[in-house]
Ligand binder design. Sequence first.
Ligand code: BES
Ligand code: ZN
Length: 869
Amino acid sequence: MDKIYLKDYEKPPFVVQTIDLEFELHNTKTLVTSKMQVKRAGKENSPFFLNGEELELISVYLDARELHESEYELNELGLTLHKLPEIFTLEIKNSINPEANTALDGLYKSSGIFCSQNEPEGFRRITYFTDRPDIMAVYTTKIIADKKDYPILLSNGNLFEEGDLGDGKHYAIWKDPFPKPSYLYALVAGDLGCVSDSFTTMNNNEIELNIYCDKGNEAQCSHAMTSLKNSMKWDEERFGREYDLEVYNIVAVDSFNMGAMENKGLNVFNSHYVLADADTATDTNFMGIESVIGHEYFHNWTGNRITCRDWFQLTLKEGLTVFRDQEFSSDLNTRSVQRIADVKALQERQFVEDASPTSHPIKPDAYIQINNFYTATIYEKGAEIIRMIHTIIGEGGFRAGMDLYFKTFDGQAVCTEDFIWSMQEASGFNFDHFKLWYSQSGTPEVDVKTVFDKKSKTLSLTLRQTFFSPTIHEQKPYFFPFKIGLLNNSGHECGLELEDTVGQTLIDKGILLISKEEETFVFKNIKDAPILSLNRNFTAPIKVHTAYSLEEYAFLMAHDQDEFNRFEASQIMASMVLHKLIDAVEANDAMNLSPTYKAAFEKVLLDMDMDMSLKADSLTLPSVSLLMQERAVLDVEAVYVARNFLKRELIRELGADIQTQYASLDRECEYTLESKEMARRKLKNTLLSYMGALKDDTPVLQQYQNSNNMTDRLAALSILANSRGEAKTQALEDFYKRYKDNTLVMNKYLAVIASSELKETPSNVKALLEDEVFDMKVPNLVRSLIGSFARNALHFHAVDGSGYSFIADKVLELDKLNPQIASGLVGVFKDYARLNKEAQGLMKKELEKIVNTKELSKNVYEIVSKILA
Ligand code: BES
Ligand code: ZN
């Protein structure tokens, strides 16, 4: 299949200045009329190509003259016109079938609501248009629909006019004054409930805020509304950015491929990221809503006002906006807690991706299907790269760079280089070497060696980078900020003084700037051999290797002033211990609990002054997926056996303390979202998960029954789902009965069952496919049931290959309905190369079955062909 290359970018030969759209909404035959003012920007004889897919063309008028079929070329990809004047109007009529649109791309129906999703290439499924982000036009929309079924008619911009048309129909006209790319276009029509509020901007403009949802769910929108107002205020305070239209509309729908979409003035959200109350949403859900509402709002400046020239620049808007939403959450909540969560997500998702056959730079140079590039790399690694810039030039320099970026590029479609230029120009810092982060892939690894010389009181620190990528050869050493601290043997910080600063830089607050493959830094006036705290606060997205022992990490875990590194030390210790246990399982040796680890764990457990969230994170064992990353050949079962052994041993040895502390945290009180309360629940549920390894599951069932909120109830339910007793059946049946009619809660139920280690999980999953709450056409349900099962390594990697063939069948079934969801799922096969021979054979058969299927989507083909290569 055809690849698209960044190097082939060419400016568009024609630009569309304005487009007036008219929709006559109908379930199966919606009529679309588009009237465009077009101007030639390229050579005189250039043909004008308009993308168009799954459309019925009705007519084409050029400057009010209808074109005969012979005057244009039409195929399944679009429409081409030749011999055009320099300026002209083009009027095109076509029809579409929203009800048949199960791909949820373009205009579709989600339980009675018309809604659209156009990023990256959905607009071509609505009408003929040059569907690329560097065509920025001014849009006007007229929507005509039945008034009873669709009382609410929305599009981008400000409402200009509305009225009745007789025979039960009405219309609305929306005008968006800001030129925008087609991917930001949106249309919604339905019989929706609405919650309204307002926000007064820094220049005293009053903005109308509306959140639309299914009728009856209005009461669940208040957290989203608060988050929206907080986002608007934060972007003014931290970045000086004010909102620019009269109204900001958000619509929540149940069927949505992604989390949410930043369409200008009309965000469309997966209802998962809007609706919440204590009874149905967890703390994690509430936090997720705040961050996604923020993220889409922040796109108004980083994405909408300044957009991407082409889709290779995706990280320009996504990496930057993720950085902004992470900062928003950090400023509103607890910074260190947010940092730990963000880094954990990066390590678990992006590091795995970057070590796999689908590894790619944050700015890829080729793709088959752009939809496949909304990845952890473009997003999370992209945000880390922005964060490094922020670390290097500081908050002041970064703000100046952002101000210059907005001033210079407002209203334009630009490239990542333009962003770097702004940062460089405003701060005076040279980012030439740093730019490699945009084009190289793979997670850099850094080996650390130290030599302490007592006589000269010096410590020399040598760092050696390796920069291997599974997909790109000939890489060069990276440039990155590396924050360190030296701890003396009583745990105090030593001052950092470089002996020779020629060619080496130590910027503020212990940050070294690393630029060479191997580099040595000599610190002077150090009395005793220190222990080093490395890559503090995770200043660079790399893996650090030291020769430290468990004892030395225990020391860091107890004394490091950097909260992130105290957490990181706990995870490194646990990993070291677990890898030894996995080795033992594989060699059929006896497993033993490391006394050093037990003591370190106990110390944290009994520390009553520690922040509860940090404590919970430190007491949590690394996930199975994180552990699997470090194994050369996957032996999935051994990972589970070792991890479960460690849990059991810890509860056996420290059970009394765990239970006492659990009891002291298990207070009956009103549910609030204060950080302290969320931290308390997190710690309590972490302790409960250890208690889940006990024979008696009464306390877990009690928490399930007595809790007044979903966080505690779901935590208990997930533990019970792995147990065998009567309590499990009782809780699962109760949960189903209680929440059967709430599809967002049913997602949790499906995920809990599909994630269970119990041997009946595969048959439970198959039975749920037939359950009335499940629907293959709703992405959230597919992700919860099938996606969770595919990520359940124990069952996915079942030795008889049944997990592989089940998922392969579902991928093929989904590909017919929704290729984007199918390709999201097929990514679970990416461990292929690391399997043992038998497993590899079984998986290969399934991958070949997929890739040899007729009419396979580009989406699935691209992923599978990379895995097989
Ligand atoms: N622009 C994206 C939505 C999108 C993603 C559209 C992929 C088309 C294809 C939006 O801003 C986004 O990034 N949404 C995220 C959530 C966000 C908080 C990271 C999503 O939907 O997962
Ligand atoms: Zn985004």
